[in-house]
Design a binder for this molecule. Structure first.
Ligand SMILES: NC(=O)c1ccc[n+]([C@@H]2O[C@H](COP(=O)([O-])OP(=O)(O)OC[C@H]3O[C@@H](n4cnc5c(N)ncnc54)[C@H](OP(=O)(O)O)[C@@H]3O)[C@@H](O)[C@H]2O)c1
Length: 259
């Protein structure tokens, strides 16, 4: 299947590691030009070099914190001046702090809002005029299965990410006329630094931790960043032209609900 991604300009934020990096690699492998950001310049450079070396794609890497408005504006401006605009936005960010209701300060609530929701608002605001002018666009945001089903120790994710899905669904309704699709993609448990960050606190061996993490997943294992990126690439492609306003899990069957 020709995905029709050759020459498209993709901006993947939070792309130096994990699922963001896997998306940059997968989009580059399909012939897209890839702009990527993260906060830590050295990690970003290493990831950008990897995307160039393994895919041969043109890559633009620029350090940026997606919670900072000037960073987001400068990032999109740079991509636009270099390549004429952004066709595909993969709005990714780090995850909000773990924890329970009793522990959360106003500052942590505010940070979660800025990280998971306001960053997407600002990114979409910056890329939208170009997509409207070209009458083609793909906006994807990486959230979590917490959009579908609350997770036990992730109150902030449970509370804020569904709001981002509400934003995406609303934008799908408003800008479908411009041939721009908007979708939320919801990872379950994917093998990244974030997932493995829980290993130490678990007190388990790596094998036991992964077995525990997989116990309630129908496919019996955590997913790989590449498996996640495959879904992003399809939704970003020409072939997904009639898919918009959805929130799709990539979770090995973890979410048990029907919707
Ligand atoms: N892995 C899972 O199982 C899982 C499950 C559900 C949801 N999620 C969510 O999916 C998203 C990606 O997770 P992941 O597991 O791929 O994470 P990861 O491996 O920890 O990578 C996070 C990436 O985001 C960048 N980043 C973090 N904060 C940023 C910011 N403010 N501005 C720009 N870049 C930023 C990091 O680089 P710098 O730190 O250098 O900026 C890094 O490149 C997160 O929102 C996470 O909560 C993950």
């Amino acid at each position: 299947m020709d995905l029709g991604l050759k020459g498209k300009v993709a901006l993947v934020t939070a792309a130096s590691k994990g699922m963001g990096k896997a998306c940059a690699l997968a989009l580059g492998a399909e012939g897209a030009r890839v702009a990527m950001c993260a906060r830590t310049e050295s990690d970003l450079k290493t990831a950008a070099d990897e995307v160039r070396a393994t895919t041969g794609a043109e890559v633009l890497a620029m350090p940026a914190d997606v919670t900072r408005k000037p960073d987001v504006e400068a990032l999109v401006q740079r991509v636009t001046s270099q390549w004429g605009g952004v066709d595909i936005l993969v709005a990714n960010a780090g995850g909000p702090a773990r924890g329970f209701f009793e522990e959360m300060s106003d500052e942590q609530w505010q940070q979660a809002f800025e990280l998971s929701l306001l960053s997407v608002v600002r990114l979409v605001r910056a890329v939208l005029p170009g997509m409207q002018a070209r009458k083609w666009g793909r906006v994807l945001t990486i959230q979590s299965v917490s959009v579908k089903q609350p997770l036990p120790d992730l109150l902030l994710s449970n509370a804020v990410r569904p709001g981002t899905n509400g934003l995406i669904k609303t934008l799908a309704g408003r800008f479908g006329k411009d041939n721009i699709t908007f979708n939320t993609v919801c990872p379950g448990r994917i093998m990244t630094d974030r997932l493995m960050g829980g290993l130490k606190a678990s007190g388990l061996s790596r094998e036991a931790y992964l077995a525990q993490s997989s116990a309630d997943i129908p496919l019996g294992r955590v997913g790989t960043p590449e498996e996640f990126a495959n879904v992003i690439v399809f939704l970003a492609s020409e072939r997904a032209s009639y898919v918009t306003g959805t929130a799709i899990q990539v979770d090995g069957g973890l979410v048990r609900g029907l919707l």
